[in-house]
Design a protein around this ligand. Structure first.
Ligand SMILES: NC(=O)C1=CN([C@@H]2O[C@H](COP(=O)(O)OP(=O)(O)OC[C@H]3O[C@@H](n4cnc5c(N)ncnc54)[C@H](OP(=O)(O)O)[C@@H]3O)[C@@H](O)[C@H]2O)C=CC1
Ligand SMILES: N[C@@H](CC(=O)OP(=O)(O)O)C(=O)O
Length: 366
């Protein structure tokens, strides 16, 4: 696969937790070049390095430190072929619509447009085929667009869940039931996020709206397109029931999830068969040789005490999914533990990989 030499990109919400990870990843990217940065009026007009409460483990990249942060208005981003959004969901909806209307390709982390019937919700290691709805999305705008569109990536916990589920469905047919309990890192709540007095020495057994997102998004991602290619079938030919419990734990980065699944296929696959299917799973992002794709989409740990967030969240630059403790479930069929880096594959890495796939598939003309 040959990629272009240089593609100008912008980052909205550049000062936030996800925005900062975008900056780190894009600064070392082989062909995406950071051209414009946007945030709120509190930050606009000031140098990025001065206004950002930088929390990454590497210094602010030199080329970005002195860039002036813009207001999130499309005019300041018109030279960008791609705009990544790490905007607060309070404002992301309208800003992203304005950018799309200005013929910009928007790759968003925010939840606002995920349920839109013509906006693809793409986890790059699972369903890049959903990009094929974009011409229809453009045709529905008034006036119809030739370049602009919105692609969203999923909730960070959903992202970690659907990769092993996709591998199991590909090998053994539709799943029927999924029960998942998450232990989510505090970075998932942005900065400054959860007060230290709430999370130290504690577990908070509720994250507003999170369980509903996991239960709904999973079917859109694992389902296909409708027969006319103009909508999503939401896995409706074989309805998938998902029950999620989401908790916040005192971990800085990396969401852990305990998952049990039941297959429609009887008898269900054995532990050994499932292990092989998970390990052999190859995503389209890998086949297209996207630079941000992991070498292995799912790494299966055999040690009984892995995956662990502190040890495994940066494996493969946080671009793959860790699975461990694969075993029989005495209530459903199989159970296992997932670890996903919520800020990388759960957010910035997925957006970047989605954009790489869109470039590779020529959805974006660069
Ligand atoms: N953190 C995570 O693990 C994940 C987050 N997400 C989603 O990604 C998005 C960003 O999350 P996160 O980085 O954690 O959030 P943060 O709160 O850390 O950052 C929010 C960003 O939005 C900007 N912003 C706030 N208000 C406005 C406004 N009125 N106009 C323009 N920009 C504004 C902020 O700019 P300023 O600094 O100027 O205020 C900041 O850059 C959210 O939608 C979140 O739900 C998705 C998956 C995972
Ligand atoms: N709610 C997630 C992060 C997030 O912002 O999710 P979403 O993009 O679905 O709103 C967490 O707390 O870990």
């Amino acid at each position: 696969m040959s990629f272009p030499q240089e593609v100008k990109v912008g980052v909205l919400g550049a000062t936030g937790t996800v925005g900062q990870r975008f900056i780190v990843l894009l600064s070392g990217h082989p062909f995406f070049r950071i051209h414009a940065l946007g945030a709120s009026s509190r930050s606009a007009g000031q140098a990025y390095g001065k206004v950002t409460k930088w929390k990454q483990a590497v210094p602010v990249p030199k080329g970005v430190r002195d860039m002036i942060v813009q207001e999130c208005k499309s005019n300041a981003f018109k030279e960008c072929a791609i705009v990544f959004s790490g905007l607060d969901a309070e404002v992301a909806g309208d800003i992203e619509l304005e950018f799309r209307a200005a013929e910009l390709a928007v790759f968003s982390n925010a939840k606002n447009h995920r349920r839109d019937p013509v906006v693809p919700l793409i986890v790059p290691l699972v369903n890049p085929s959903h990009l094929s709805i974009i011409p229809h999305q453009r045709s529905l705008q008034s006036p119809a667009l030739s370049k602009g569109f919105i692609v969203t990536n999923a909730n960070c916990s959903t992202t970690g869940l659907v990769v092993p589920l996709a591998a199991l469905e590909q090998a053994f047919g539709p799943l029927e039931l999924v029960v998942v309990t998450t232990l989510q890192a505090i970075s998932g709540a942005g900065y400054p996020g959860v007060p230290s007095l709430d999370i130290m020495d504690n577990i908070v057994p509720h994250i507003g709206g999170e369980e509903e997102k996991m239960e709904w998004e999973t079917s859109k991602i694992l389902g296909g397109l409708t027969d006319d290619g103009q909508g999503f079938d939401l896995h409706e030919k074989s309805p998938l029931r998902v029950s999620a419990t989401c908790t916040r734990v005192p971990v800085i980065e990396g969401h852990t999830e305990a998952v049990s699944v039941r297959f429609t296929q009887r008898p269900p696959p054995s532990v050994g068969q499932a292990r092989e299917a998970l390990e052999k799973y190859i995503s389209e992002a890998q086949q297209l040789q996207c630079p941000s794709a992991p070498e292995q989409a799912i790494y299966v740990h055999d040690e009984p005490d892995r995956p662990q967030p502190r040890l495994d969240r940066d494996f493969q630059k946080g671009a793959g999914v860790n699975v461990g403790r694969l075993r029989e479930c005495k209530v459903l069929d199989l159970k296992f533990v997932v670890l996903v880096n919520n800020v990388n594959l759960g957010a910035a890495t997925s957006s970047i990989m989605n954009a790489e796939i869109a470039v590779a598939k020529k959805v974006i003309d660069v």
